[in-house]
Design a protein around this ligand. Structure first.
Ligand code: FES
Length: 497
């Protein structure tokens, strides 16, 4: 095991979240260099680490299972061939270490003989010095070979390296773990890292990336042809390969909405479920070979029936790009919402166009996150929070402000996050009026509510603010935070009809 560990690997070894390590670094409790920690620093911070206890890791996995549904439950052991390849790699390392150990043993024996030879030639006065050296060597060898000297982190790392492999992406320096049957692309998406890709099925070549070091294995056949020259340079398809050993790849990562291509996809209705009289949960599924690439918080245009269309935020995480969730609000006289509520059924076709919008997470920000969801503004915020959780960002504050109690239509999701995560804080507030129309007294009432929320949390202005909901309410809230002196770059807004 290397003496220098990425935060992802260090968190995994100790059994805590990456977010916890980041907090320690920010507080100056742990020394980190360029996103890495040394084994010594890690053990200094966690001298009592229960290396056999991965309760925290399991707890986070359960949270993600809840957040992402069945997709994560489908996880399993790596394929037998991958497991075998990893064990072979580990065996090679072991064999190399054994050979090296033998060489050092021989060297030590020769050193001992040389010491005796040299001592015989020295005068009596130097014997004490040689004896002192002999005792020192004996002590050091005893210490180095006693069973307690074995680094427990190295043992756990070796076990984990059979089950998972770490991938580092250049030049962005993102890193993630590959588990189970996951391809490199699937693992990156689970970890919330938006690598470039298209079809996910080996046809388009958009996920082509270069392996800089480490071993990969093709786990799926692909139609896209990589030339022999490119193969010899290390190019592979991320959607068709998994990692056998720790791997470094060169691959572009989407940094902004400009990196997202415009797509047109015919999706199918998987389910429609009434949340209450006014809200419906629409679940669309895209074809396997044509998934929607988007950033958390973005919207799409949906077309149904003859010509009914609307722009709706995606209420799910980009890490599950085949399953798209939408929260549809019934609005009297709106033909699109009427059609969805009254006519749309399982397997109907829905045209999806997009993605649209710039309401996305600034994932490199070290600041705590504050979300203000007004009514259906919860939809894009849910997507962004799920993305933040997949990045192991857990310092999240969510305020859901409803026109009335029914407008807070999925409180159980927010309560589940609040219950499960130590640094997740959720509060509900009822405005008592329609948040689509905010002027006069209503504006004053809303400002008073925001002021009360702000007064109860003095750290709020140290965070990044995300606001989504009906345009008028969003505008009031944006003005409130800009008025408190926050720069526009730290107040992200999205209007949701
Ligand atoms: S995403 Fe199309 S070939 Fe991999």
């Amino acid at each position: 095991m290397s003496d220098v560990l990425s935060l992802t690997r260090a968190a995994r070894l100790i059994g805590v979240t990456r977010a916890e390590l980041q907090k320690k670094i920010q507080r100056g409790e742990m020394i980190s260099h360029d996103g890495t920690v040394t084994v010594g620093n890690l053990l200094a911070c966690y001298p009592d680490a229960q290396l056999e206890d991965d309760a925290e890791t399991r707890r986070i996995a359960q949270i993600k299972e809840r957040a992402f549904g069945k997709r994560v439950l489908e996880r399993s052991l790596p394929e037998p061939e991958v497991l075998a390849a990893r064990i072979i790699e580990l065996s090679k390392t072991l064999a190399h270490s054994e050979a090296q150990l033998k060489r050092f043993n021989t060297l030590l024996g020769k050193l001992w003989d040389k010491l005796n030879e040299t001592e015989a030639k020295l005068d009596a006065g130097a014997h004490a010095t040689v004896e002192e050296l002999r005792q020192w060597i004996t002590l050091e060898v005893e210490m180095a070979t006693e069973p307690g000297f074995i680094n427990p982190l190295a043992v756990k790392d070796a076990v984990l390296s059979v089950m998972t492999a770490q991938v580092t992406v250049l030049p962005s320096k993102h890193d993630f773990l590959v588990e189970g049957h996951d391809t490199l692309l699937e693992a990156a998406m689970r970890a919330g890292i938006p690598l470039d890709y298209g079809c996910s099925g080996g046809n388009c070549g958009k996920c082509k990336a270069k392996v800089v070091s480490g071993k990969v294995r093709k786990t799926r056949l692909h139609d896209f042809v990589i030339s022999e020259v490119e193969k010899s340079q290390g190019y592979i398809l991320l959607c068709s390969n998994t990692a056998v050993s720790d791997v470094v790849i060169e691959a572009p990562v989407a940094n902004s909405v400009l990196d997202m291509p415009f797509q047109q996809i015919k999706a199918h209705v998987k389910t429609t479920g009434h949340i209450n009289d006014d809200m419906l949960l629409l679940h669309l599924q895209t074809p396997r070979t044509q998934r929607l690439r988007f950033l958390a918080g973005q919207s799409v245009t949906l077309r149904v029936g003859q010509s009914y269309s609307a722009e709706l935020p995606i209420a799910s995480c980009p890490c599950d790009d085949r399953n798209l969730l939408f929260h549809v609000h019934r609005q009297n006289g709106n033909l699109f919402s009427d059609f969805i509520f009254d006519h749309l059924k399982h397997n109907d076709t829905v045209e999806v166009e997009g993605p649209l919008g710039e309401f996305i997470l600034h994932d490199r920000s070290p600041r705590p996150l504050y979300f203000f969801a007004f009514d259906t503004g919860f939809a894009p915020i849910k997507s962004v929070i799920e993305h933040a959780l997949s990045l192991n960002i857990e310092t999240v504050n969510l305020h859901w402000i409803g026109s009335n109690p029914q407008s807070i239509y999925l409180p159980n999701i927010a309560h589940a996050w609040d219950d499960a995560l130590d640094d997740f804080h959720y509060e509900e507030h009822v405005a008592g009026f329609d948040l689509r129309t905010v002027s006069g007294n209503r504006e004053a009432t809303l400002l008073k509510l925001l002021d009360d929320i702000h007064a109860a949390d003095k750290n709020m202005l140290k965070g990044d603010i995300y606001i989504a909901g009906p345009e008028e309410a969003v505008s009031v809230a944006e003005g409130f935070f800009l008025g408190k002196g926050l720069p526009k770059t730290r107040v992200a807004v999205a209007s949701v009809k």
